[in-house]
Design a protein around this ligand. Structure first.
Ligand code: NDP
Length: 254
């Protein structure tokens, strides 16, 4: 079988780093996207040492910027058809700076840009390059999209931006299904050992999230990577248009 090409946004840290490593182990050449060159280069080097030189390529880009997305996509298209595209880049945006509507609008726009537009722009730029049939598109959403967000770690704009990914992905699944391309959304619950909570992470926050689960533990980036490994595989051709919860039972059956 010829080597498959996978693209992972936010591939330099946390969940994206684990997904990129997993897809490389599964025989893909991987392209890692993110704004900061240093973690991307480090991750690409580590993956290359495990799975072979040239297996991983770092392509720095701010995926909220159409010009940077187009430049990155041009580099990727030159590598050949894209077998797997994982839209994983995202962030929890700082809440509004004050209680003015202007600050609220700024915070919401930044959240929608980071958690929704990044996926829309990258997917649109690479849509024509997806392998047909056989392409696999995976979108990383959040359990916040299913149960709403509140508090400093999951403001309403984050939940709304993640939920918007669902409707967008359903439309893409309809559009691309006839070409043999699958589109699925993975909605993780709390996953520890990533950069997303920054200085806001506390042992109490962690304990509360663990207590929400039925299995009594936090999720790991490897848990998410294992699920993506299946969704991205040739075996998963009959699975499309779904939102799959991965949350230790913190959200049931949605
Ligand atoms: P990280 O902060 O470790 O990873 C997020 C990645 O996205 C970073 O590598 C970051 O790189 C990249 N990124 C952010 N903004 C942009 C941008 N504008 N352009 C390009 N890349 C960008 O956190 P996680 O691994 O936890 O998060 C990965 C995904 O999983 C996110 O979408 C998050 O919302 C989602 N998620 C996480 C959960 C958790 O509990 N950890 C739970 C549910 C969902 P850089 O800063 O260099 O741009």
């Amino acid at each position: 079988m010829t080597e498959r090409l996978a693209v992972v946004s936010g591939g330099g840290s946390g969940i994206g780093r684990a997904i990129a490593g997993r897809l490389a182990e599964d025989g893909c050449r991987v392209v890692l996207l993110g704004r900061r060159a240093e973690p991307l280069e480090r991750a690409a080097g580590e993956i290359g040492r495990l799975t072979g030189p040239g297996t991983a390529l770092a392509v720095p880009a701010d995926l909220t910027d159409p010009g940077q997305v187009e430049a990155a996509a041009a580099r990727i298209r030159a590598l050949g058809p894209v077998d797997v595209l994982v839209n994983n880049a995202g962030a929890i945006i700082t809440p509004p700076a004050d209680d003015t509507l202007a600050a609220l609008a700024d915070s919401w726009r930044r959240d929608l840009d980071t958690n929704l537009l990044t996926a829309v722009l990258l997917t649109s730029a690479l849509q024509g390059a997806l392998r047909r049939p056989g392409g696999r598109l995976v979108v990383i959403s959040s359990a916040a999209a299913q149960r709403g967000g509140a508090g400093p770690h999951s403001a309403g704009s984050y939940a709304a931006a993640k939920a918007a990914l669902h409707g967008w992905a359903f439309g893409l699944a309809r559009q691309l299904g006839p070409d043999g391309v699958t589109v699925n959304v993975l909605a993780p619950g709390y996953v520890a050992d990533t950069e997303i909570f920054g200085a806001g992470w506390t042992p109490e926050f962690h304990a509360g999230k663990v207590a929400d689960t039925l299995v009594g533990r936090a999720g790991t980036p490897a848990d998410v990577a294992a699920a993506v490994g299946y969704l991205a595989s040739p075996d998963a051709g009959y699975l499309t248009g779904q939102v799959i919860g991965l949350n230790g039972g913190a959200v049931l059956g949605r």
